[in-house]
Design a binder for this molecule. Structure first.
Ligand SMILES: NC(=O)c1ccc[n+]([C@@H]2O[C@H](COP(=O)([O-])OP(=O)(O)OC[C@H]3O[C@@H](n4cnc5c(N)ncnc54)[C@H](O)[C@@H]3O)[C@@H](O)[C@H]2O)c1
Length: 458
């Protein structure tokens, strides 16, 4: 058994919590501590009700909690003990000053670097877990090497590729683990130490080691490519609606081409989540910083296409419902940015609800996991809405249902009963194309999928 290490993670969020729980589970000889400035979040990790919803996560956490996995608010104490420090704090889009709306806001990141500098007591490997602009490690090293000549800080990049909703599976069986470091003796040693952790459960051939800069850029590039596929298929969904082509048939036909492949080709109301938008805008900002304006414009269009898709969805609702939705009750089915998560950050539902409220529709929002977050998101934007846990109740008396999240339970509802309780003519706008449209049409709904001809009775 290898030497017991003290592993610290700063940031107990969607990435820090699950990642460290997985490391603790598979590396019982090491002590893993996750710290955060948010005391309520730390308490939740220690409790029966975790601060985030993720299928299978509770079991993984409980397997190690109190044994070799600890959650704490003692950041200074944690740093003092640590041999390895993962930094997984948020890196949101900057909302002020230079680069506002595009650049990554690195204030939490830099604060963490200074905390490490102040409290470290021995040589330590600092691991960038957060998604960062390429060459951030350089800035981190400058800060870390400025003040403590007796201590060696080696910075390594290990971006996280997990997707919310499938985090446990993705961590357990990742396509690859990426570790970037300096091509020096200390750099190679630090990369090997991180690789050894993952090798407890990830096959060595899936552990990829690169330069620091390739590793940092690969994470931004992977998200940009994934989002680009969604924007590409969504751009074609608009053309399908004009030409009576069917986006599902088109996606199937192109997805069977092995060079293209079937994944990330579901047309929808748009992508959301805390990462795609901010990471692409960050890439755009970086390209502009380096004077690569055409490259910046190319990637920026991926984000613009997503805004367009959200707006187009609302526009279609308004025109279908006789050009006015003022005073009409609309049941919003799903507020999370995707199924199997309670996360609503950058969810398409936010913009769609904002637009619907501007048209003075009466909104009733339902979601199996995200109602509290939905309440907060809409309150912050002063969007009036009711919140209802039961989708059948939400639809009672409604003129329309807008499906915005692909929760599997929405496919199994009793739509005959729902239809009976709705105002007629009843409309259903499927922003995820997951429901059985001919069946809904037969029940009596006027059905509007994405990228397909509507099925109406009008
Ligand atoms: N959410 C995802 O699916 C995902 C996937 C891959 C990568 N990432 C990246 O991982 C990073 C973290 O994302 P997340 O979704 O876990 O964010 P999050 O907001 O859920 O968690 C970040 C945590 O960091 C804490 N924090 C901030 N400043 C701190 C400080 N100075 N000291 C201690 N704690 C501090 C916050 O309180 C918060 O709990 C981001 O860079 C993100 O881009 C996210």
């Amino acid at each position: 058994m290898s030497k017991s290490l003290s592993i610290l993670c700063i940031g107990a969020g969607y990435v820090g919590g699950p990642t460290m729980a997985m490391i603790a589970r598979h590396c019982p000889e090491h002590r893993v501590t996750v710290v955060d400035i948010d005391a309520a979040r730390i308490r939740a990790w220690q409790s029966d009700v975790l601060p985030i919803y993720e299928p299978g996560l509770k079991e993984v956490v409980q397997a190690s909690l109190g044994r070799n996995l600890f959650f704490s608010t003692d950041i200074a104490g944690g740093i003092a003990q640590a041999d390895i420090i993962f930094v997984s704090v948020s890196t949101p889009t900057k909302l002020f000053g230079e680069g506002a709306g595009r650049a990554a806001d690195l204030q939490y990141w830099e604060r963490t670097a200074r905390e490490i500098l102040t409290h470290a007591t021995k040589d330590v490997v600092v691991v960038e877990k957060s998604t960062l602009p390429v060459r951030t490690a350089e800035a981190m090293e400058r800060i870390l090497r400025a003040g403590r000549p007796g201590i060696h800080f080696e910075v390594v990049s290990n971006p996280e590729f997990l997707a919310e909703g499938t985090a446990v599976h993705d961590l357990l069986s990742p396509d690859r683990v990426l570790i970037g470091g300096h091509d020096t003796a200390a750099g190679r040693q630090a990369v090997a130490a991180i690789a050894d952790l993952y090798a407890h459960w990830v096959p060595r051939d899936r552990i990829l080691t690169t330069s620091l800069w390739s590793s940092e850029l690969s994470k931004l590039a992977a998200n940009a490519f994934l989002a680009q596929r969604i924007s590409s298929i969504n751009s074609l969904s608009a053309l399908c609606e004009r030409t009576e082509a069917d986006i599902t048939e088109v996606a199937r036909a192109i997805g069977m081409d092995r060079r293209i492949g079937p994944r990330f080709l579901n047309a929808s109301v748009g992508f959301g989540g805390s990462c795609f938008r901010k990471d692409i805008l960050n890439l755009v900002y970086l390209c502009e910083h380096y004077g690569l304006h055409e490259v910046a414009a190319y990637w920026e269009q991926v984000v613009r296409m997503n805004d367009y898709q959200e707006d187009r969805f609302v526009h279609r609702m308004i025109t279908a419902m006789f050009n006015t939705i003022a005073g009409k009750r609309i049941a919003v089915f799903g507020f999370a940015f995707k199924a199997d998560t309670g996360d609503t950050r950058e969810s398409p539902a936010i913009r769609v609800c904002e637009r619907l409220a501007q048209e003075r529709a009466q909104l009733v929002v339902t979601d199996p996991q995200a109602l509290d977050n939905a309440r907060q998101e809409l309150a912050a934007r002063q969007v009036p809405a009711e919140f209802e846990a039961d989708p059948c109740e939400a639809a009672r008396g409604a003129h329309a249902i807008a499906v915005l999240t692909e929760w599997a339970e929405y496919e199994k509802l009793d739509y005959r009963r729902i239809f009976a309780d709705m105002t007629k003519p009843a409309f259903l706008f499927d922003g995820r194309n997951r429901l059985n449209h001919p069946e809904l049409h037969a029940i009596g709904f006027n059905v509007y999928p994405i990228g397909k001809p509507p099925l109406t009775h009008l």
